[in-house]
Design a protein around this ligand. Structure first.
Ligand code: PLP
Length: 412
């Protein structure tokens, strides 16, 4: 470990950087893309069907419906579960706003339940406390690819006659009790947007084990067409959110890589957790024992300035970045602070259509969920691309954390 902090002119621990360019591809993607080009199946074709089957199987689900994004997949999951106008869906305040957009697009409204103190996932007790007579579903968010407490959440849902849906947008290859995320609830959604561990630029898939749900989800994505031609009323209304075979071809290649990449991220995350657990003032978020496989889309830890000589998180991150560690602070606000939840709907500004029909549309402006608020101030995030680094680079990254800790007093 070199002496002086890089922020003050010392040698950075990771002088050569750490993450390779993302997304990754090789000759297999190039060949497959040419195959689609020459086949002239440029629309929603056989590659899409092949990927649906393979990815559903990979996550231990029976059916998959590909589409052009995670948000659309979550809308399809809600509508597939027959959640719509007048219904409330409980979800997490510590998520990308796409989770809520999917629920709102289905016509339902959102209720937020706080996350647990040392987790990025919802607290089951907070979920139970948020249930109202209108609640129809709980949409868990397996944040960063660390599984939520599915057994407890399912038992709450069973007690209150609710459906469980999964935002598994970070869940590729991850599992709870050895069974794939996205196969636990009635329906789920995944994202393949460019930053994701598996990507085709923009894309998504909704999974389910229920044939009727799959039928309805297909209607949402594919201009009202049921998947198995068995929707009782035939054609339903639905937009065109179809994936193309170009995207599916890339995903078929990415799927072949994801298992090995997840192994690497698991190994590197374990090394990082061992290091950070020894550093006062940094605590990795909890991982349930039942989270048997994590995808580590985001590695998240809590930073406590009181235990770090009073150095602010921003100052700490500045020092870390100077050492060559591309760490960030994550979300700056819980999702209920997004403008869409802060407008005065009753004053007549544009609002999601669920709220146009409600006399008592929810007012989120006074909402304060303390654990989510705190998480927006104290988290440190590392992205999945960092966790693909070689063991040597990860060792340097761990040393950078230790170095900044050792010299924390210089940062005040
Ligand atoms: C947790 C979560 N949910 C939903 C989404 C929405 O996915 P997409 O951007 O593919 O629509 C994302 C995307 O970043 C996400 O991170």
């Amino acid at each position: 470990m070199s002496g002086r902090l890089a922020l003050f002119g010392g040698k950075p621990e990771l002088a050569q950087g750490i993450a390779d360019p993302w997304p990754q591809f090789d000759q297999t993607e190039e060949t497959m893309l040419l195959e689609v080009l020459r086949s002239r199946n440029w629309n929603h074709g056989p590659m899409c069907l092949e990927f649906e089957e393979k990815f559903a199987h990979f996550q231990d689900a029976a059916y998959g419906v590909v589409c052009n994004g995670g948000t659309n997949a979550l809308e399809a999951a809600c509508r597939g579960a027959e959640i719509g106008i007048g219904d409330e869906v409980i979800t997490s305040p510590y998520t990308f706003h796409g989770t809520c957009m999917g629920i709102l697009a289905a016509g339902a409204t959102v209720t937020f339940a706080d996350i647990a103190p040392n987790s990025d996932n919802m607290d089951p007790d907070a979920i139970e406390a948020a249930i109202t007579p209108r609640t129809k579903a709980i949409m868990v968010v397996h944040f960063g690819g660390l599984a939520c407490d599915m057994r407890r959440i399912q038992s709450i849902a069973d007690r209150h006659d609710l459906v469980v849906l999964e935002d598994a947008c970070h869940g590729w290859g991850a599992a709870y009790m050895e069974k794939g995320l996205g196969s636990w609830g009635l329906a789920s959604g995944f994202s393949f947007q460019r930053s994701k561990n598996m990507t085709c630029g923009e894309g998504g898939i909704a999974l389910t084990n229920d044939e009727d749900v799959a039928d309805r989800m297909n209607c949402v994505i594919n201009s009202g067409r049921p998947r198995f031609d068995r929707a009782p009323e035939g054609l339903r209304w639905g937009g065109n959110h179809r994936m193309t075979d170009f995207a599916a071809a890339i995903l078929l290649c990415q799927l072949k890589r994801v298992r090995k990449q997840t192994d690497i991220r698991e190994q590197n995350a374990a090394m990082l957790t061992r290091t950070l657990s020894r550093i006062d003032g940094i605590e990795p978020v909890d991982r349930l024992q039942e989270a048997t496989r994590a995808s580590w889309h985001i590695y998240s830890a809590r930073y406590e300035p009181e235990e770090f000589d009073g150095v602010s998180r921003e100052r700490f991150l500045q020092a870390l970045r100077a050492e060559g560690v591309p760490a960030g602070g994550g979300y700056t606000e819980p999702v209920y602070r997004n403008p869409i939840f802060q407008n005065d709907w009753k004053a007549g500004s544009y609002r999601p259509f669920a709220w146009t029909t409600m006399d008592d549309a929810p007012d989120y402006r006074q909402l304060r969920l303390p654990n989510a608020e705190k998480a927006c101030k104290d988290r440190i995030w590392l992205s999945q691309t960092v966790l693909l680094a070689s063991e040597a680079k990860m060792t340097e990254l761990c040393r950078a954390f230790e170095k900044v800790r050792t010299h924390a007093a210089d940062l005040r």
